[in-house]
Design a protein around this ligand. Structure first.
Ligand SMILES: Nc1ncnc2c1ncn2[C@@H]1O[C@H](COP(=O)(O)OP(=O)(O)OP(=O)(O)O)[C@@H](O)[C@H]1O
Length: 231
């Protein structure tokens, strides 16, 4: 799904404490791209991702996904967009502690129109042997792979990942990124990844750099396999 953002503005605070989280941002991401978003803390990366995910509202400007201006959708249509089209993965895995891996993923499958096959997805995530394990019995990397499964089971067109490897060691981070790479290849999901890790940029088709609420660069990149990166 292509993403077009036009003149997006999001401000927080008032008067002296007013800040522009997004300061007249315009950008375009092509369908099926892996896009890595880099920038210092507080530069507006998460705000940008939330807007694309329909999780928050702009003050002005627009976000268009696959030809639909999601910034103009009513409540019901926006909920449907979030439920069907956009999957979100956070640094903290947010799994339900009382449910095992398969059940955590099934919760979302049950409310999706056309979910992926649970067992196939769990195998792709490398979690077949852990399908009946509870979050407390999993490593951080395994928990994040489960969280990715939960975001992916609805077969979204866009997968939005906010620092997905921020809490992981480099080996687990590499495994998570290889899964994102595989998913992009198999399902042609457009994937946006926020990170502080410059080395991750190598896996991107597009690298976007954000600073003080502005896009400072947005460039195509000739990507390499995650395996070849030093994460
Ligand atoms: N709900 C909020 N209320 C007030 N200010 C906010 C809110 N959300 C974000 N901000 C501010 O907007 C700016 C951009 O925040 P954002 O979280 O998008 O940055 P970020 O680049 O994702 O940072 P980090 O890498 O630390 O997660 C920051 O100055 C932040 O303090």
């Amino acid at each position: 799904m292509s993403i077009v953002i036009e003149d997006a503005v999001k401000k927080y605070g008032r008067g002296e404490s007013e800040i522009y989280a997004l300061n007249h941002v315009s950008l375009q991401i092509e369908s099926g791209e892996v896009c890595v978003i880099l920038g210092p803390s507080g530069s507006g990366k998460s705000t940008l991702l939330h807007m694309i995910g329909g999780l928050d509202q702009l003050d002005s400007g627009s976000v268009t996904v696959d030809g639909t201006k999601i910034t103009e959708l009513g409540k019901k249509a926006l909920t449907e967009y979030r439920r069907e089209k956009a999957g979100v993965v956070f640094q903290s895995y947010n799994l339900i502690a009382e449910l095992n891996v398969k059940e955590n993923i099934r919760v979302v499958a049950d409310i999706s129109k056309d979910p992926l096959d649970l067992d196939t997805l769990i195998a792709e995530l490398g979690l077949s042997r852990h399908a009946t394990h509870f979050p407390a019995e999993l490593s951080g990397g395994q928990q994040q792979r489960c969280a990715i499964g939960r975001a992916l089971v609805k077969n979204p067109d866009i997968l939005l990942c906010d620092e997905p490897t921020g809490a992981l060691d480099s080996v687990s981070a590499g495994e998570v990124l290889e899964i994102l790479e595989k998913i992009n290849e198999k399902y042609h999901t457009t994937i946006l990844i926020i990170t502080h890790n410059e080395n991750m940029a190598g896996m991107a088709d597009r690298i976007i750099r954000v600073h003080d609420g502005k896009i400072v660069s947005n460039e195509k990149n000739k990507k390499v396999r995650v395996k070849e990166l030093k994460i």
